[in-house]
Design a protein around this ligand. Structure first.
Ligand SMILES: *Cc1c(COP(=O)(O)O)cnc(C)c1O
Length: 428
């Protein structure tokens, strides 16, 4: 027997969840492009549908390629398991849908991805779930906003686009004292830069569309469960009680630490139907193999670009959490010791008009609505991703009329700085 040995992050990013395919010996994970699976016999089929045996029935609920991706990401985040979805927003909806019911209340950071702000505002109202947005930096503010109906606290490790760093440990303590889970969107940090579960988060969600895929090719999302939260504390009947949507099964009692994940898959994914395609799962597996290499390079380039911008007279402020002037520097040191990501905002002295001229003058940066690509990207949030928000909401999200968001890619840093310098020159 070899000695006990724990594999490092780079090794797990390449190997976790995948083994050579036993029938053909294929080393890469095959794309199981199939809707369904032939049952061994009638009893096996019944056992699968009763959840007495864990096995493939139909690819809306599970698929071997998707399962390999789920296992790898759960491993990298340090969770007990995960369920993948067709997009990051589908993953968030499903994670909340599984734990909440009408009359519940949730707290969310006011500095979130624009699509998430819109999603929460409208969807939660339709579901009759109360929602309060709070300043992510003000832990006392989160505490004051708690109500007896508050069932979940939600924020992003690195806020988009304000660049704030969430005080995960403090908020996890607050949530747990209230008998509620802390859910964290770790899209911008990825498990390479931060693993929220290590700081007490209970549920971690990702838009795999971003750094996990890493090449701007595929939309997907995933929900990871720490397995630590006690859903039987009397506040989550929807997880703990016999389920009318699954012939009276109690997910918590039957599956223990896997109860929430089983309900998320067997009920919520089954009923919402937003399944990840096996092809996209394959591309996300490819992405994860190089995630640590890419993230290290993204961070290195982001640091150099931030430093250049901070010294330029056409730039009024740079909101990168590692900078000496950042109010989030201490939190970044604690939660993101290997780098505060590669997506950050800066403000142009010239406001909205300068924003338009600047973006149109860039040649290497692509103007589009995405982040986390190997390619460098740029956008003007006030006129695009956060367009649905009014001025007060924009201000609460930390966005001004001249705010520019960069997603720094893995090209040569000198080339990125060359492009930024010439586009800033166009403002004179
Ligand atoms: C993109 C993004 C989402 C939404 O993910 P999709 O895959 O586009 O649905 C959620 N959160 C953050 C931080 C994102 O960047």
């Amino acid at each position: 027997m070899p000695e006990q040995h724990e594999f490092g992050f780079h090794t797990r990013a390449i190997h976790a969840g995948a083994r050579p395919e036993p029938v053909t010996g294929a080393r890469a994970i095959p794309i199981f492009q199939t809707t369904s699976y032939v049952f061994e016999d009638a009893d096996a089929a019944a056992a699968y549908f009763n959840l007495q045996e864990y096995g493939n029935t139909y690819s809306r609920i599970m698929n071997p390629t998707v399962a390999a991706f789920e296992e790898r990401i759960a491993n990298l985040e340090g969770g007990v398991g995960s369920v993948a979805f067709a997009s990051g927003l589908a993953a968030q909806t499903a994670a909340l849908f599984t734990m909440l019911q009408p009359g519940d209340h949730m707290l969310a950071s006011s500095a979130l991805y624009g699509g998430t702000l819109t999603q929460l505002k409208h969807l939660m109202r339709k579901l009759s779930v109360g929602l309060t947005f709070v300043d992510p930096d003000d832990v006392d503010g989160w505490k004051r906003a708690l109500t007896p109906a508050t069932k979940v606290l939600f924020g992003e490790t690195i806020g988009n686009p304000a660049g704030n760093v969430l005080d995960i440990e403090a908020l996890a303590e607050l949530a747990h004292a209230h008998g509620a889970p802390l859910m964290v969107d770790n899209t911008f940090a990825t498990p390479y830069l931060c693993r929220p579960i290590e700081w007490g988060a209970d549920i971690v969600v990702h838009s795999a569309t971003k750094f996990i895929g890493g090449h701007g090719t595929s939309i997907g999302g995933v929900v990871v469960d720490s397995g630590e939260f006690d859903w039987s504390n009397g506040r989550y009947q929807v997880v703990a009680d016999p389920s009318p949507a699954y012939h009276g099964l109690s997910f918590h009692e039957t599956f223990g630490i896997y109860g929430y994940l089983m309900k998320l898959r067997a009920e919520t994914l089954r009923d919402l139907g937003a399944a990840l395609s096996p092809f996209n799962a394959f591309l996300f597996m490819q992405g994860l193999e190089t995630l640590p290499l890419r993230m290290a390079r993204h961070v290195e380039n982001a640091r150099r670009v931030a430093e250049f911008l901070a010294g330029h007279p056409a730039v009024s402020s740079v909101r990168f959490a590692e900078q000496a002037t950042s109010p989030h520097r201490e939190l970044a040191r604690k939660y993101l010791p290997n780098g505060a990501g590669a997506v950050f905002c800066f403000d142009l002295v010239g406001g909205r008009a300068a924003g338009k001229t600047f973006i149109e003058a860039l040649t290497l940066f692509s103007h589009l609505a995405n982040v986390g690509d190997a390619k460098s990207l740029v956008i003007h949030p006030a006129s695009t991703t956060h367009r649905q928000l009014d001025d007060a909401e924009l201000a609460a999200a930390g966005i001004g009329p001249g705010t520019i968001r960069l997603s720094v890619g893995i090209e040569d840093a000198v080339d990125l700085i060359w492009d930024l310098r010439q586009a800033l020159g166009a403002l004179r």
